[in-house]
Design a binder for this molecule. Structure first.
Ligand SMILES: Nc1nc2c(ncn2[C@@H]2O[C@H](COP(=O)(O)OP(=O)(O)OP(=O)(O)O)[C@@H](O)[C@H]2O)c(=O)[nH]1
Ligand SMILES: [Mg+2]
Length: 391
């Protein structure tokens, strides 16, 4: 599958930059393209210059709202982010027109952090514009939810997130939810944590996007998982997970026939990888709520067999009984057995419910605070009404 990836705001731009890196890796190691165009859009010019993989010209690193923000961001006011995106949407749509192999693109992926201003406000607006302009291709969102400490210290974080995801839900074909908190590793500094998190966020897309683009026979599975399968699966609230299991020396040295023990070892490894993918999902959810699911098994040719694929399917069916399940296998020489897992069409996500209910309570509180501040200001002005003015 080939994507045009558009990162909005700091978080979105950096994650899109990781997708651009992924494409370089696919090109160097697998001789294929999985990203036809990577863009970063921001109101902050410093953030744009900090990127490493997205082309450094103004058509790929797009500054919006220059007049309103002088290149310094919108300071977490996502209403302003939305307003600027509305005014400058043409800049982004025009840039997409410049994508060289645009006709090969299967879908769009727009990325943003929900809690900020620029990305949070602009993702629903630009999704809408891209959909209007390129109606025949699905437009997906990847939305990054804030860390717990951000939610605890700043109410605007929760409110922005609720407004962003509610608006995105009404326009995007699917929203892949990624909870920053799930990726925190205690032993990294904040900056390296973010870099590490961004790499972890995009890693599961590598095999998923590559599998359907393979041209070499030895890497083409018995059941290829391609763009069509992905498009059929991704709908509404979506999560992604990845798990791996190191392969032991279970291959027979002289190509002799495999015995029962080998098969059961492979199945065990496969289930282990599936379990890890399930426990490392990009946001906590209950697989029972999924209406669609897909998994991609990637391992050396000889480690995969029909029994294993069937066992994995049965296992997933047990956890996601209501889901239509699609699967594929992707033979690659590696020392791991890997599973990429998608759960989609989720009918319930606890964290979203939580944002909605907390934000609903915050709205009257924000209003009350604003009125209080206005009335204090008015009181102060009244006190000074008899003072002469120099203007
Ligand atoms: N995973 C990840 N999250 C990030 C990154 N940078 C920021 N965030 C998260 O994104 C949210 C803030 O959004 P930003 O992207 O910084 O905000 P913005 O869209 O640039 O908007 P303004 O700066 O307000 O104009 C917070 O929850 C951060 O934790 C990043 O590189 N990776
Ligand atoms: Mg910013």
């Amino acid at each position: 599958m080939k994507l045009v990836v558009i990162g909005l705001g700091q978080c979105g731009g950096r994650v899109a930059d990781e997708f651009a890196r992924l494409n370089k890796r696919a090109r160097a190691h697998r001789g294929m393209e999985i990203i036809t165009g990577a863009f970063a859009v921001n109101t902050d010019s410093a953030d744009l210059s900090g990127l490493q993989n997205i082309k450094a010209d103004y058509q790929h690193r797009i500054l919006i709202g220059g007049r309103k923000t002088s290149g310094h961001g919108v300071g977490k006011i996502n209403e302003l982010g939305a307003e600027i995106a509305r005014e400058d949407a043409d800049k982004v749509v025009d840039a997409i027109r410049g994508v060289k192999h645009f006709f090969e693109t299967d879908a769009f992926l727009l990325v943003a952090g929900a809690a900020g201003g620029t990305g949070s406000g602009s993702i629903p607006i630009l999704t809408q514009h891209v959909k209007e302009r390129y109606g025949d291709k699905p437009v997906y969102n990847l939305i990054v939810l804030p860390f717990q400490h951000e939610e605890e210290t700043e109410e605007r974080t929760i409110y922005n997130s609720a407004v962003c995801i509610k608006s995105a839900d009404s326009v995007a074909d699917a929203i892949i939810l990624v909870d920053n908190q799930r990726y925190v590793r205690k032993d990294f500094s904040l900056k390296s944590n973010l870099d590490k998190i961004n790499a972890l966020i995009v890693e599961p897309f590598y095999d998923l996007l590559c599998a359907g683009e393979e041209k070499k026979a030895r890497h083409i599975g018995a059941k290829v998982l391609d763009a069509g399968d992905i498009i059929q699966t991704w709908v509404g609230w979506t999560v992604i997970g990845y798990g791996s299991s190191r392969l032991g020396r279970i291959r027979l040295p002289f190509g002799g026939s495999r015995n029962f023990r080998d098969k059961s070892t492979e199945t065990h490894k496969g289930i282990q990888a599936m379990d890890e993918a399930m426990s490392e999902l990009s946001i906590t959810c209950n697989p029972v709520d999924a209406s669609r699911a897909m998994y991609l098994l990637s391992a050396p040719h000889k480690e995969m067999n029909m029994d294993l694929v069937k066992e994995l399917g049965d296992y997933l069916r047990g956890m996601a009984p209501k889901a239509t399940i699609r699967n594929g296998d992707y033979p690659r020489e590696k020392t791991m057995m890997e599973i990429t897992l998608i759960l989609s069409g989720l009918s319930n996500v606890e964290k979203i419910r939580d944002y909605y209910s907390k934000s609903t309570k915050l709205i009257p509180e924000f209003k009350r605070r604003q009125e209080e501040a206005d009335s204090r200001l008015k009181g102060m002005e009244d006190m000074g009404k008899d003072i002469p003015s120099l203007l």
